[in-house]
Design a protein around this ligand. Structure first.
Ligand SMILES: [Ca+2]
Ligand SMILES: [Ca+2]
Ligand SMILES: [Ca+2]
Length: 266
């Protein structure tokens, strides 16, 4: 996968990237935070030093309509290569104040060796992500701990994935908890309640996990009479730290609560 990314000198690498339009689908996390530069455009050029190709063309064909359009719309002296590709380069071209983006793009597209040109789409990476879960803002314990982990910066990159399953080996997990129930792993090859070991793994009706202490498929601590309620369950608390649903306006936000699944083991 090719990604055309290059920070402007005045911006930090962490906070912005430049992306050609046809590459937007490769950067879904950034897609809603676009801005289009009004003073520069991007072009993909089939030479490692793309600006040399463009400047040479103007020098060698000064009277051509293509070269004249180029010099009329682009500040060639200030334009530069910004990213090397395997088979060429990405160049950033400064648009003259008297030109429009459309005219500048058309002028560059007509230069031999330019594959295509487009607007320079600047995507600002989200920072200081704040979930809407009430305990995220009120907890005097969780929030400082999360901040020590730079969790807001991590959440800019990912908030969890349903492709990831975390086994919690503890005293069980309250799988009916309102802030956990959406992120509990479910065994896709086991049919619940039929008294059979459908997936042949040696455990009957192991839908969400397994209680090895009681040799039971019920891993919810609510089933244990020694627990008064779910808050007594260490496994439930740990699971909440990992995968309490983010942004559901309930309880807290787990570090990977954007989809990561919990497999309770006791
Ligand atoms: Ca089974
Ligand atoms: Ca079964
Ligand atoms: Ca929540």
């Amino acid at each position: 996968m090719r990604q055309y990314c290059k920070p402007l000198p005045k911006l930090t690498r962490r906070r912005s990237v430049h992306v050609l339009p046809e590459k937007l689908e490769e950067r879904p996390l950034l897609a809603s935070l676009a801005d289009v530069s009004r003073s520069q455009i991007l072009a993909e050029v089939d030479r490692r030093s793309g600006m040399t190709l463009i400047r040479d063309f103007v020098r060698n064909n000064p009277n051509s309509r293509v070269a004249q359009n180029l010099t009329k719309n682009i500040v060639l002296e200030s334009s530069e290569n910004i990213f090397r590709l395997k088979s060429g380069s990405l160049v950033q071209l400064k648009v003259k104040r008297t030109a429009t983006l459309e005219r500048a793009i058309n002028a560059v597209k007509n230069v031999p060796g330019v594959r295509f040109a487009s607007t320079d789409n600047i995507y600002k990476v989200q920072k200081d992500y704040v979930p809407n879960d009430p305990r995220w803002t009120t907890s005097q314990v969780l929030r400082p701990t999360y901040q020590l982990m730079d969790i807001d910066k991590a959440w800019d990159v990912t908030r969890g994935s349903s492709n990831v399953v975390v086994a919690v080996l503890d005293d069980g997990v309250d799988i009916e908890h309102e802030d956990l129930k959406d992120n509990i792993w479910r065994n896709p090859r086991e049919i619940p309640g039929n008294g059979r070991d459908d997936d042949g793994n040696g455990y009957i009706d192991d839908i969400n996990g397994w209680d090895f202490a009681s040799n039971s498929n019920n891993i919810n601590p609510r089933a244990d009479p020694t627990f008064n309620n779910a808050i007594d369950s260490h496994g439930t608390i740990v699971s909440g730290l990992i995968a309490a649903s983010i942004d559901n306006q309930i309880g807290m936000a787990g570090v990977a609560g954007g989809g990561t699944k919990i497999m309770p083991i006791r």
